[in-house]
Design a protein around this ligand. Structure first.
Ligand SMILES: C[S@@+](CC[C@H](N)C(=O)[O-])C[C@H]1O[C@@H](n2cnc3c(N)ncnc32)[C@H](O)[C@@H]1O
Length: 239
C-alpha cells in the first residue's frame, strides 16, 4: 500500500472504533428489515436506493467478473453482485461487520464472495473489473478521498473496468445536516462526513497524472430527508 497521510490514518482509526464498537449494533440493525425510528428508516431507504442505483450501472450479467466491494460493511452490495455471478472481494476495516457479512451470505449463489477484514487500500496481487465504494470514502478529507479514488482505480484491470463510488455533495442541505451519523444518538454518532463539490472532485481527476484519461460516465444524487449522497462512475481510457 502506498504511504497514507496522517489524516487518512487518524480518520481510519476513528472509523474502525465507530464501525467495530461504538455503533456496530446500530449498523447491524439498520442493515436488516427490523423496525427502526422514522429518521433511520429514511436513511435505510436512501441507502437501499443508492445500492440499487450503483447496481443499475453494473451489467446484469457479471459472470466471471471480479469486483472489489471497498468498505463493504455488512455486505449487501457484495451479495447483489454475487447473485449476478461476480467473484467478489469484500473488505472492511471492521472485523465485526465482516463477521456479520459472512453470516448473512446466502448459500448457492452463481458467484462467490470472500470477505476480509482490513484496509480497502491495502495492495494485494488481485486486480478487478469493477471497484465499488459505497459510502465508505465519504468520511475522509478531500485530498485523502482523491488519493483513495486514485488508489482504487489503480486496482482495476483497464479495458472496460470501472470505479463506482459515492461522495457527500457539498450542498446547503447537506451542510445543514452535515452527517448521516448525526441521526444517531450522540453516543454512537459517526466521525464527520466530509462534503465535497462535484467540481472539486472533477478538478482532482484532471490534475492527477495517475488518473489521466479518466472520464465520468455517470453521476447521480440520492436524496431522502436524512440521507444525501452522490454516486459517480469512472472509466479510464488506456494510453
Ligand atoms: C457507511 S458504511 C457503508 C458500508 C457499505 N458500503 C454499505 O453501503 O452498506 C462505511 C464502511 O466503510 C468502512 N471503512 C471506512 N474506511 C475504511 C477503510 N480505510 N478500509 C476499509 N473499510 C473502511 C467502515 O468500516 C464501514 O463499514
Amino acid at each position: 500500500m502506498a504511504k497514507q497521510s496522517r489524516s487518512y490514518l487518524d480518520r481510519r482509526e476513528q472509523l474502525q472504533v465507530y464501525f467495530d464498537r461504538t455503533a456496530v449494533r446500530a449498523w447491524e440493525r439498520l442493515t436488516t428489515d427490523a423496525p427502526v425510528s422514522g429518521i433511520r428508516q429514511t436513511v435505510r431507504e436512501g441507502r437501499d436506493s443508492m445500492r440499487n442505483l450503483l447496481m443499475s450501472w453494473l451489467p446484469d450479467d457479471l459472470t466471471g467478473k471480479r469486483l472489489l466491494d471497498a468498505g463493504c460493511g455488512t455486505g449487501a452490495l457484495s451479495v447483489e453482485a454475487a447473485k449476478r455471478g461476480a467473484h467478489v472481494t469484500g473488505i472492511d476495516i471492521s472485523p465485526t461487520l465482516i463477521q456479520l457479512a459472512d453470516e448473512r451470505t446466502p448459500r448457492d449463489m452463481p458467484g462467490t464472495i470472500t470477505f476480509t477484514a482490513g484496509d480497502m487500500l491495502a495492495a494485494e496481487a488481485e486486480s478487478y473489473d469493477y471497484v465499488v465504494a459505497m459510502d465508505s470514502i465519504i468520511h475522509y478529507q478531500p485530498d485523502d478521498m482523491a488519493d483513495a479514488i486514485a488508489a482504487l482505480q489503480s486496482r482495476t484491470r483497464g479495458g472496460d473496468s470501472r470505479v463506482l463510488f459515492t461522495f457527500a455533495p457539498r450542498t446547503p442541505a447537506l451542510m445543514l445536516l452535515k452527517t448521516v451519523g448525526k441521526v444517531f444518538p450522540r453516543g454512537d454518532r459517526s466521525p464527520a462526513i466530509e462534503p465535497i463539490r462535484e467540481s472539486q472532485l472533477r478538478a482532482f481527476f484532471e490534475s492527477r497524472p495517475d488518473m489521466k484519461g479518466t472520464t465520468v460516465v455517470n453521476t447521480q444524487q440520492v436524496l431522502t430527508r436524512f440521507y444525501k449522497s452522490q454516486a459517480m462512475e469512472l472509466v479510464r481510457q488506456q494510453a
